[in-house]
Design a protein around this ligand. Structure first.
Ligand code: NCD
Length: 364
């Protein structure tokens, strides 16, 4: 798995790497255009997103038959993956677990660092280095921002580097959620001219929602997309995200009026209050935010072609009566996540992605 790009991560000090801007980190993480470590939304370009979407669709179709599934499960049957999830997760964890099974990777799991030698005072870096010795891929979810990057750098500077996938880090990044959101948008707008020129509104806890931060970045790769950020002022999107949009010359609007934005939008991306980050001092998040909830009476105001998305889990921000509306795609989003994660793992083990495309061309 050692490759040209990864050798560059080997050659840079941690201090120098951590001072780079997010876009400048990208070449250290990718292997040519394909991802090697998957840590940041900023490491993807448009062509890679298109290729991942095509790969996910090929995999989805191949997996429908027993012969197809057998082909897929043979691809990485000689590799093992560790799912290191020390922050609550069942959806993303199981999505990766199922994705591993589809492509033949044997998954193992650590769900609680309290069961490891970290309890004996071992540095988490040492724990991860030990674990990595047994595996060929690490998938990590941690509450610590930047920890997955740190481990990627650390392992790249050992004799046995393995790729790392960030399955959610702190409040900052959730790149694989952004990939599944993009795949869902690609599929939803397939016959409507693609994602280009669509209006996307993010609603809810935008200040602490890592899915919003990552998806907002990927959407900058689609010309003509306008982004709206609708939230109470305490939960509004961070200035760093807006700076990123300014730098990419992307049209956006920060708004406090959900009802007015609804008729304009092609995709409504709802999020829940992320109050697990509260330490009691942020009373604003305890106030009534129901004006930022999507309710059945809003449906008539929405475009017929619009989609309603949510990374899940949801609380009250989408009324469950909306689930039957054909524009509600959040359950489809979940399943898309499994397929795009298979595609991502195939892409990391590059030759495997080519084998899938070849199989698809010959057999489908
Ligand atoms: C999200 C997360 O963990 O950031 N969940 C997920 O992975 N689908 C969103 C959330 O927890 O609200």
């Amino acid at each position: 798995m050692l490759n040209g790009r990864d050798r560059q991560l080997r050659q840079i000090t941690w201090d120098a790497y951590s001072q780079l801007s997010l876009p400048d980190k990208a070449p250290y993480l990718n292997n040519g255009r394909r991802p090697y470590h998957v840590l940041l939304a900023q490491q993807f370009d448009r062509q890679t997103l298109d290729e991942l979407g095509m790969l996910a669709t090929s995999i989805r179709r191949i997996a429908k038959s027993k012969a197809g599934m057998q082909f897929l499960q043979d691809l990485l049957c000689h590799k093992r993956a560790m799912l290191y999830f020390t922050q609550p997760s069942s959806r993303t964890f199981l999505s990766f677990y199922a994705a591993c099974q589809i492509i033949g990777l044997s998954p193992a799991e650590v769900r609680d660092s309290a069961t490891s030698s970290e309890m004996k005072g071992e540095a988490p870096e040492d724990t991860l280095r030990t674990f990595s010795s047994y595996f060929d891929l690490l998938v990590m979810r941690t509450p610590k921002p930047g920890f997955a990057e740190r481990i990627a750098w650390l392992l790249s500077n050992t004799e046995r580097p393995v790729p790392i996938i960030n399955a959610g880090s702190g409040k900052d990044q959730h790149p694989t959620q952004a990939l599944l959101d993009i795949y869902t948008l690609q599929r939803s707008f397939e016959h409507l001219g693609g994602i280009e020129n669509k209006n996307v509104v993010f609603v809810g806890d935008l200040g602490r929602g890592r899915t919003v931060r990552s998806l907002s970045c990927l959407l900058t790769l689609y010309p003509g997309v306008k982004q709206y950020f609708v939230a109470p002022s305490e939960l509004q999107i961070g200035q760093d995200v807006l700076d990123q949009l300014d730098a990419a010359d992307v049209d956006y609007e920060v708004s406090y009026d959900f009802e007015n934005v609804i008729p304009e939008t092609d995709a409504i991306y709802m999020t829940r209050l992320q109050d697990e980050w509260d330490k009691g001092e942020n009373d604003a998040t305890k106030s009534d935010n129901s004006q930022y909830f999507l309710k059945p009476e809003h449906l008539d105001k929405m475009k017929n072609t619009a989609v309603i998305m949510h990374p899940l889990p949801r609380r009250d921000e989408i009324d469950s009566r909306i689930d039957v509306d054909p524009r509600a795609v959040y359950w489809r989003q979940v399943r898309n996540g499994m397929w795009i994660r298979v595609a991502l793992m195939a892409s990391i083990f590059g030759k495997v992605a080519d084998e899938i495309f070849n199989f698809y061309e010959l057999n489908m």
